[in-house]
Design a binder for this molecule. Sequence first.
Ligand code: ATP
Ligand code: MG
Length: 138
Amino acid sequence: MQRTLAIVKPDGVAKGYIGEVVKRIEADGLKIIAMRMELLTQTKAEGFYYVHKERPFFNDLIAFMTESPVVLMCLEGEDAIARWRGLMGATNPENADPGTIRKDMATNIERNVVHGSDAPETAAFEVDYFFKGSEIMG
Ligand code: ATP
Ligand code: MG
């Protein structure tokens, strides 16, 4: 069993894709064991994306992630990290496989609807960054 952090990013929430994303997660058999809507502060978004702080797109990314609310979820299942990233598709929707969330719903490489942890270490950090143990219905 594995846990991973999923985010419906501001573009996904604003365009009305929360339900479609949740539907795909549940249809795949991943369990949503925590879920909350939040308007990220600058500080909270910067801390979350600190690994990207030297990247040229960092300031744009923080502005995007704080422009309107996100939906935060903790998912659980066998191989949850890879399965959720499979449902998401490639970072750039132009390279995403047909039938993935980003291929179907993303605008561009930045406004790409969803986030997913990329490894067990980052998943542990990211789930803990947003959820207290008492908020996780594991
Ligand atoms: P995420 O971490 O959001 O799940 P990812 O792991 O597919 O996406 P990362 O390389 O971790 O991609 O980049 C984090 C986020 O930064 C991307 O999802 C996207 O919103 C933004 N981003 C990445 N590369 C670029 C870029 N070249 N230009 C603009 N924004 C970018
Ligand atoms: Mg990433």
